[in-house]
Ligand binder design. Structure first.
Ligand code: FAD
Length: 435
């Protein structure tokens, strides 16, 4: 292997869309790259909800970073959590108290959902961001049906569960539609005592329409398609409190078996740890070349950055933007090494789309809008095409075809569940059980 110390040292934090594409763009160039991530894998977040809904298995939407980058001889991967920086000494500090020097730093640590100062709500209404979140949500959803079936068998009281999705953006819309499909199509034949098709799926959005960043027409079509699936869509309905088993909407408490959080953006705390200007969501305000003001050697990209590009447009928090920014940040490092002028980042809009259960979706490409099955086919092709690794593309496509032909999920498994006979292991009674 080449001696790393004689080459400029580039540290990339985060192997998500931004960091991974920065690393790929630096592969085989005369720089010594170290990619640090607290997970050992890249997660294809747009398909996370399919893991949560048992359509796909975790391995089908995630790939080990080492494997993705194994042919890049100038890139090393470290499994570790970055907690801070010494920007004067140009060092990155890890949780295990070790530190690493850099000449260039690319920070792409992403964002999480924002609970608007009520972090305690997370336990009762988890968000979907990681594979672990998806597996945990899958467990909660399936357990709710199991509890309802058990109660029905033991007491004769048949009440299918109630689910609440908080936030009507793309993630909330996708989750609500997919839960409705799980209840209507996937589980209906497996449960003999409760009628899973009667499960209630409630979607709460504080704004006046779902998919607020889409056109009004796409929003309306999304709401219509959700209603066709039986999802009860509530707009202008801000959730003001969350407790285990119930949520408060405006002034009324609503009992729910499972609540899921799908709103708000809180950038990685690493943005504030850089000691530079951030917006209220903690996103770092960056320059057009994606560097941090006063620190041309530090780039911040993806969900943890905020930028209005040369077209006057706010760069959206999307995988496409993070990917493009990763490539531009890498190119700007290489421009410096060649003595060339840096590039100014400009967002290339590849369109936006959200799927709403089987065969339903909305898609916008510039001024063109689609909905229904055509939009869903577009969504499927784009997402499979973008999946990391050929093996995943083939298996995911096969899995989808099977799931859609048979209306079955690939892995409706509850893991980490102990028998009710085990000490202290009985799952808590759900509101449906108590009603
Ligand atoms: C459920 C869901 C669905 C989505 N659907 C779509 C979609 O359909 N289309 C679309 O364009 N976008 C979608 N997005 C948004 C898209 O996934 C993000 O915009 C994109 O992932 C941002 O990339 P990033 O590199 O900034 O961050 P991420 O992809 O989140 O990557 C951040 C990485 O940093 C690592 N990390 C974080 N903190 C540390 C630390 N302290 N130390 C070390 N490593 C750290 C994380 O482990 C992670 O690997 C979706 C997001 C979610 C959550």
């Amino acid at each position: 292997m080449r001696e790393p110390s004689v080459q400029p040292r580039v540290i990339i934090i985060g192997g998500g869309f931004g960091g991974l594409y920065a690393a790929k763009a630096l592969a085989s160039h005369p720089v010594a790259v170290t990619l640090i991530d607290r997970k050992n894998h890249h997660t294809f977040q747009p398909l996370l909800y399919q893991v949560a809904l048992s359509v796909l298995s975790p391995g089908e939407i995630a790939s080990p970073l080492r494997r993705i980058l194994r042919r890049a001889h100038n890139i090393r991967v470290i499994l570790g959590e970055v907690i801070s920086f010494d920007t004067q000494a140009r060092r990155v500090l890890l949780r295990d108290t070790s530190s690493l020097p850099y000449d260039y730093l690319i920070v792409a640590a992403g964002a999480r959902h924002d609970y608007f100062g009520n972090d305690e709500w997370e336990a009762a209404a988890p968000g979907l961001k990681t594979i672990e979140d998806a597996v945990q949500i899958r467990r909660q959803l399936l357990l709710a049906f199991e509890c309802a079936e058990r109660t029905a068998i033991l007491t004769g009281h048949r009440k299918p569960p109630t689910f609440a999705v908080i936030g009507g953006g793309p993630t909330g819309v996708e989750l609500a539609g997919a839960i409705a499909d799980l209840a209507r199509l996937v589980l209906a034949k497996d449960f003999k005592t409760i009628d899973t098709r009667k499960a209630r799926v409630l979607l709460f959005e504080g704004a006046s329409r779902v998919l607020f960043t889409y056109t009004k027409q796409s929003s309306r079509r999304a709401a219509e398609q959700l209603s066709e699936l039986g999802v009860e869509v509530h707009v202008d309905s801000r959730v003001t409190a969350v407790e285990p088993g119930r949520i408060r909407v405006k002034d009324a408490w609503i009992p729910v078996d499972v609540a899921l959080w799908a709103t708000g953006v809180a950038a990685s705390p690493l943005g504030r740890a850089l000691g530079v200007e951030t917006d209220p969501a903690g996103r770092v305000k960056i320059e057009a070349d994606l560097s941090v003001p006063g620190h041309p050697e530090i780039f911040v990209i993806g969900d943890m950055a905020t930028l209005v590009d040369d077209t006057g447009r706010q760069v959206p928090g999307l995988a496409a933007a993070a990917t493009q920014q990763g490539q531009t940040a890498a190119q700007n490092v290489l421009c410096d090494l060649r003595g060339a002028k840096r590039k100014r980042y400009r967002y290339h809009d590849r369109g936006i789309m959200a799927t709403i259960g089987h065969y339903r979706a909305v898609a916008q490409f510039g001024s063109r809008e689609f909905s229904g099955i055509f939009a869903w086919l577009l969504w499927s092709l784009v997402h499979v095409f973008l999946l990391i690794g050929f093996r995943n593309r083939v298996t995911v496509m096969a899995q989808w075809i099977w799931a859609f032909l048979t209306n079955s999920g690939s892995s409706p498994l509850i893991t980490e569940y102990q028998s009710p006979d085990a000490e202290n292991a009985d799952p808590p009674a759900t509101p449906s059980e108590l009603a």
